[in-house]
Ligand binder design. Structure first.
Ligand code: ADP
Ligand code: MG
Length: 703
């Protein structure tokens, strides 16, 4: 693309969006499709045929040769199977390009090798992908040429969800129904639909591709398993919001342009806290679209990096000792006529509907804190949550001074009578205008923070799908709304009843509100006194998926069946074990094939030096001491490696499932840490030329 980018012109040019549909589809068909998107009515096959045909014509004009049902199985990444548009050759030996309504609506990928957690016995290995018409189809350009990507949901023959998308769509229905009930109570008769809006901030690291490829840990596990800290880390805070380097700027320009063409509203970009760390955020969208777009963003970040001889690292903890990466999930509820149910307005004390929504969210988050925590659990995030950087593993809610004060009045007086005003920020510089400060200051340590007109869930890992967190937010809030509506719909005096209910909820769940420093040890103790769960690891978090409370919740709102929940728990235990096993094997490989041989050679060089210097009649005590230290760390390394091998063997011999996952956490991970310690010490003291891989410094500071 040229120097000058006309954003308005390229935006959405590769998306089969409303404008394109309106232009290309016969009026009647367009109307039917809109009804399907907005009201969920089913399409008849004739209409689907017309849509498929137009979609194909449009895609071919854009250079597409293939289409794919793009779906999100439980592997954590997206999957696709490509079909070309060609049909069987005709008698004259030519082919036609065809795409039928049936092919648009339904696909049958060979599903047997996607994880199903026992849901799908092999004899019914079939899985179906079904078109999600609420997320627009788009064209992706890459080495394979141009491909029409059709967002789909992935289900088993018997209708069980095998993906991240289906439960999200189900949870959107649940929150829609319950939100409509709630707003009707307040006299709203005009809104027809309530949709969760989600904006996902995505953090990532960029490193030089050549250096990346010299590290097996990065290649196989996406993060470093060894590595001594360089002389400089992030202590100067000079990277955060710092000027973006030219090489990175060129990369970001390409990323933005690619995202814009497929209709992703890439909006903000900046350097993050750690060296080589950056962030990208699009403008918020309906949560299923935001989910798809986040996947597109992750894929685009990776693909464009290759073109710039960079590697994009999405892992939660690429480097020990500096900040890891997360994903902030901004969430609110929007009606089709533009009302944000999380907007407190200028006078929150008068906004009873907002107060009820807020009280319900507090209740939901408090009652299902463990489940929310689980939704952010993945192996990479175990390095962040609870360690001193990301939000702690304890769920709490930050509201800010103004709302806390309103709720405080509710508890004391039954009703709030005033709202604190934001104060004026005076800079003391005449040429800079004073302005009103936000009423909620940012508390960066809170895992679940109210930020003006939305909640920001900050626990999610950078590589993870945002499906689970939003499935849970939508469903737990739907439950709280539903319970509130059950009460209020039968109340004789609504006004009185609603204030009483708000007070009751706030009183019962105020323990979840916390505005202090979430990173402090004092908070861990305080949270324990309050009875808030502190779940420190992924494997401990998983059981929240299958408690009575969770099963009742999800079955009530038809989001997950018990079988689906159990299968998801199974898959998570298994995927944890697999991830740690790969990491342990990679450590073994690097230690035995690269590190130990390098150090053995190095000790020989040192021994030769000792001999030569001694033979020359000079004291060699420094050389000797160094040799002793290196040899002793080499011995520690070999010993630790032996222990690691033992526990790895034991772990692999176990049946997969919960016990195995716990064994990986309790035995294999500590053995990995024990191996890392002497190796990192060695890296600090041996000749840089000898070390068999690029250092942290090389990776983070020489991009
Ligand atoms: P910050 O880093 O200051 O939190 P960013 O601009 O990086 O803010 O990202 C905030 C994200 O929240 C963006 O994706 C933005 O579109 C999204 N957002 C803003 N308002 C809402 C809302 N009402 N509901 C959901 N997401 C929102
Ligand atoms: Mg941000």
């Amino acid at each position: 693309m040229s120097e000058m980018t006309n954003v308005a012109e390229i935006f959405g040019q590769d998306v089969f969006n409303d404008t394109v549909m309106q232009q290309r589809l016969p009026k009647k068909v367009y109307k039917e499709l809109k009804r399907m998107i907005e009201e969920g009515i089913e399409l008849d096959l004739d209409t689907a045929d017309v849509i498929a045909h137009e979609m194909k014509e449009w895609a071919i004009e854009k250079g597409a040769t293939h289409y794919t049902h793009w779906f999100q199985p439980l592997t954590g990444v997206t999957a696709e199977k490509h079909d070309s548009f060609i049909s069987a050759p005709m008698e004259n030996g030519k082919v036609l390009m065809s795409f039928s309504g049936k092919e648009l609506i339904k696909g049958e990928p060979d599903a047997s090798s996607f994880p199903s957690g026992g849901l799908r016995a092999t004899f019914e290995a079939r899985g179906y992908t079904a078109w999600d018409c609420t997320s627009p189809a788009f064209i992706r350009h890459d080495a394979a040429g141009a491909t029409l990507c059709i967002p789909t949901a992935f289900c088993s023959y018997t209708g069980e969800a095998l993906d991240q998308k289906t439960p999200l769509l189900r949870s959107m229905q649940a929150i829609n129904e319950q939100s409509l009930r709630l707003i009707r109570l307040f006299g709203n008769t005009t809104s027809r639909k309530v949709t969760p809006s989600v904006g996902v901030e995505q953090e990532y690291f960029l490193v030089d591709k050549k250096k990346f490829l010299q590290r097996k840990d990065l290649i196989y596990t996406g993060h470093t398993l060894f590595g001594a800290m360089p002389p400089k880390g992030q202590e100067l805070d000079d990277h955060y919001f710092g000027t973006i380097r030219q090489r990175i700027a060129a990369y970001m320009k390409d990323v933005n342009e690619e995202l814009w063409t497929v209709g992703v509203t890439s909006k903000t970009q900046h350097n993050e806290v750690a060296p080589a760390q950056h962030e990208l955020a699009p403008i918020y969208a309906p949560c299923n679209v935001a989910l798809d777009h986040n996947h597109i963003i992750m894929q685009t970040l990776k693909r464009v990096a290759r073109r710039h001889d960079l590697k994009c690292i999405l892992h939660e903890k690429p480097f020990a000792g500096v900040n890891g990466s997360g994903k902030h999930n901004n969430w609110s509820l929007t009606t089709d006529d533009g009302i944000n149910l999380l907007d407190p307005g200028k006078k929150p004390h008068e906004n009873t509907r907002f107060q009820l929504v807020l009280a319900c969210i507090l209740k939901a988050v408090d009652e299902h804190a463990a489940l929310l925590r689980e939704s952010a659990a993945n192996p990479g995030n175990d390095h962040r949550l609870g360690a001193n950087e990301a939000p702690p593993a304890i769920i709490s809610v930050f509201l800010g001074e103004q709302l806390e004060d309103v709720l405080d009045q509710v508890i004391r007086k039954g009703e709030a009578t005033h709202s604190l005003k934001g104060s004026v920020l005076e800079t003391g510089v005449d040429t800079i205008p004073d302005f009103i400060k936000d009423t909620a200051d940012r508390n960066r340590t809170s895992p679940f923070a109210f930020t003006g007109n939305k909640f920001e869930f900050r626990m999610v890992g950078s590589s993870d799908s945002v499906s689970a967190p939003n499935v849970i937010l939508n469903t737990i809030v739907a439950e709280a709304f539903s319970e509130a509506c059950d009460e209020l719909e039968k109340a004789e005096n609504f006004d009185e009843a609603v204030h009483q209910l708000i007070k009751k909820y706030v009183k019962e769940h105020q323990r979840i509100i916390f505005s202090g420093n979430g990173y402090a040890d004092a908070w861990v103790e305080e949270a324990e006194r309050r009875g808030l769960p502190n779940i420190r690891s992924m494997v401990e978090a998983i059981e929240a998926l299958t408690t009575e409370k969770t099963i009742t919740l999800f079955e009530k709102f038809h989001v997950f069946t018990e079988a689906e929940l159990r299968s998801r728990a199974e898959i998570k235990y298994e995927s944890y074990s697999k991830a740690i096993n790969i990491e342990a094997r990679t450590m073994y490989d690097m230690t035995s094939k690269q590190i130990i041989p390098a150090i053995i050679n190095y000790t020989k060089t040192l021994a030769d030096a000792v001999n030569a210097v001694t033979a020359a009649g000079v004291g060699a005590s420094v050389q000797k001491d160094h040799l002793i230290e290196v040899s002793s760390l080499l011995k520690d390394t070999a010993d630790a490696l032996k222990v690691l091998v033992e526990v790895m063997e034991k772990a692999s011999a176990m049946d997969s499932g919960k016990d195995q996952a716990f064994y990986y956490k309790d035995a294999v991970v500590p053995a990995m840490n024990a191996l890392r310690t002497p190796v990192d010490k060695l890296e600090m003291i041996v000749d840089k030329e000898v070390w068999p891989m690029p250092s942290y410094g090389d990776l983070m500071f020489e991009v």
